[in-house]
Design a protein around this ligand. Sequence first.
Ligand code: ACM
Length: 629
Amino acid sequence: MKSILIGLMLLAGMTASGQPSNVHLIPQPAEMQVLTGMWTLTGNATITYNKPGGQKVADMLVQKLNAPTGFKLAARQGQDGAIQLNLNATADQQLGKEGYTLVSSSRGIVIAANEPAGLFYGMQTLLQLFPKEIESKTTAKVNWTVPVVKITDYPRFAWRGLMLDVSRNFFTTDEVKRYIDEMARFKFNTFHWHLTDDNGWRIEIKSLPRLTEVGAWRVPRYGQFGERKAPEPGEAATVGGFYTQDEVRDIIQYAQERNVTIVPEVDVPGHSMAAIAAYPELSCTKDPNTTVNPGSKFAEWHGDGTFTMLVDNTLNPSDEKVYAFLDNVFTELATLFPNPYIHVGGDECYRGYWEKDPGCQELMKQLNATESVKLHGYFMNRLEKILNAKGKKLLGWDEILEGGLSPGATVMSWRGIKGGIEAAHLGHDVVMTPTTFAYIDYTQGDPTVDPPLYANLRLKKCYSYNPLPEGVDAKYILGGQGNLWTEQIETLRHAEYMTWPRGWALAEDFWSPDEKKNWDDFVKRVENQFNRADMAAVNYSTALYDAIVKARAKNNKLWVEMESEVPGLDIYYTLDNSMPSRYALKYEKPFELPEGPVTLRVVTYRNGAPVGHLITLKAEQLKERIWWE
Ligand code: ACM
């Protein structure tokens, strides 16, 4: 029976699971049929939109098609094009705001949606149905074929986000736009813009000019973040940058054209060293020598998630000046950003200076509070009132649960999923961004190969994520988000490398029906997407091919265990310091590492060709790995 089924699938050009072999969509559509046949785009094809609301998407499609094909296509209003973008006269309930149908036949393509957002996503799907050369910046000579398909597609979650931290390192307006464009291709609709932190304040606030005159600049430093030399007294702060309000408006509009809404984050009351460098009076210690941190050490982490700040980076919750300051900041933000949310941070707030401050002690008495965490709750409550007065809703990291959640707060669950579950049980909306599945600043391959960071998150783990925790009412889970912190990321190219392909996995976690997800099939689509990214000149990591090397202690001996998350790879290794060619030892099962100063070298191969990075591990490093696991 199974072999008949496989035979039928092969006839239809299907892979063993999921999408047919000539269709490689990410994220996987809700429903898709692939039929036999092709349609071919030619230079005399017509592109139409039936209502003015479809014109922007139609013009964008024309631009996307003209560059690689060299055609001079144009869009016009009508309903007779070879490619039609049609807004439904009556809303199709199943499609909602962002869904679409895409039907291709030998006569052409019809994309239909209730709203322009759906047409935009239909366009993205159509582009992925063309040959990879559609992503080329220069004219390519291929047959511009589209397979015959019938797609009905809509998202699983309304919030499909990526966060970019532009404080630790500054990214230019053009770089931010490029990041937004890349995410929109995979149907992400929310760009969380982490605009302030200890290492830079990145948005012009006209009423508080020192925030960018002082707070946007730090001294030049290189090397591992957190281990760099502190600023010297009087040293010139020359590294950084910020977005003017005109630039912010320009980015917001660019994002809107791609169905991406921007959630700005101003991270308070902790993570505020850049603001305090500009206005020292906002902290308890009021140190006039506070500087924007260049990645030098300013906190002691105790290994259990707790920490002591060596420099005060926290706003003073007992000082009315702080609320007046934040009122100014949020007034300008609320005017600029159309998104209903403002993210106020709330994470990793050190309360040590509050606990020594007479004003804070007095406030605790007034609040009848015995624990300083109540000051955090008080601060967030005040912020919520400020935001609500400007028609905005408060969003914060899950620490905002600890001091008592303010009434309308939405929680971003990052320290695992616990905070999200708790907030949902309390009847609050939640966005799921747990470190364990969604922190794309973590290394993705072997920690000795990838740029070093303290935790690892492989593609397969990202792909396994289901943002809806068991036992939680789905109506409170707005969706999910991947977070890219940039302490160690200085360039857009590196940001791309960290984001893709893990962002593709998250895109599918947030968009596609959970039951449609299939790892082996996803890997094939990722590989196809790599070719498209090459054409589009987008950087990505190939760490998924790298061997996973584990060490175990067994009877006082060190055992090595290896695996690959990509099916069908061969793992070759050496113990004599030679390069692992395909004639090296082939890994079959766990083995005992010989005693002595042995070095393990590993490379994965597919069909005799190397695909993974070389991993080199000395016996001591393997021993450390017993605990690293
Ligand atoms: C966070 O990662 N500190 C929210």
